[in-house]
Design a protein around this ligand. Structure first.
Ligand code: FE2
Ligand code: FE2
Length: 168
């Protein structure tokens, strides 16, 4: 269990290095999320959980997924939340609009998105938002995002990314 957790963290850092070094992701580490964590820390955890689910699906069922794309999209899925108090009038507006804004930010950061990436990021709030994901990667992030949201309050899960980098 600890080995897969460590492997997930190291893989996400490797695959997502460019995104994690971006100005937008650094800003996301200053944006509070779920009251106790930051958007960046939550997104990093979602990416790690996605990797673990993909690993499980392959080892147990031999189901292949585009886990590299899923890691990248998980790191980007909530960047639309940055500046939420200025952009959105209410929490419900934030729930429905931040996936759309995250798609736009991801689009500009990556220089274009394919349909799977749009599905993963744009529909990650399902079933809170009505459009169901069309890809297995899109379903995986909906599960990982909810699991992360339920466990973000655990102290070891909500340390700022920048703080952790300074400690390690
Ligand atoms: Fe979200
Ligand atoms: Fe999220």
């Amino acid at each position: 269990m600890l080995r897969i957790r460590y492997e997930a963290q190291e893989t996400v850092k490797l695959v997502g290095a460019k995104i994690m070094a971006s100005r937008q992701f650094q800003e996301a580490d200053l944006q509070t999320h779920h009251h106790v964590t930051t958007v960046a820390r939550h997104s990093f955890r979602v990416a790690c959980i996605c990797f673990c689910i993909c690993h499980f699906l392959y080892v147990v069922f031999k189901i292949r997924t585009n886990w590299q794309l899923l890691i990248v999209c998980a790191l980007l899925h909530d960047l639309g939340i940055i500046g939420r108090h200025f952009k959105y009038a209410s929490n419900s507006e934030c729930y429905t609009k931040h996936p759309v804004d995250s798609v736009d930010i991801a689009d500009s950061l990556l220089g274009g998105l394919d349909d799977t990436a749009r599905d993963i990021i744009g529909n990650h709030m399902w079933p809170v938002t009505p459009t169901r994901p069309r890809t297995i990667e899109g379903f995986i992030i909906t599960v990982a995002d909810k699991y992360s949201a339920m466990t973000d309050f655990i102290p070891m899960n909500h340390r700022q990314m920048l703080v952790e980098a300074a400690i390690l």
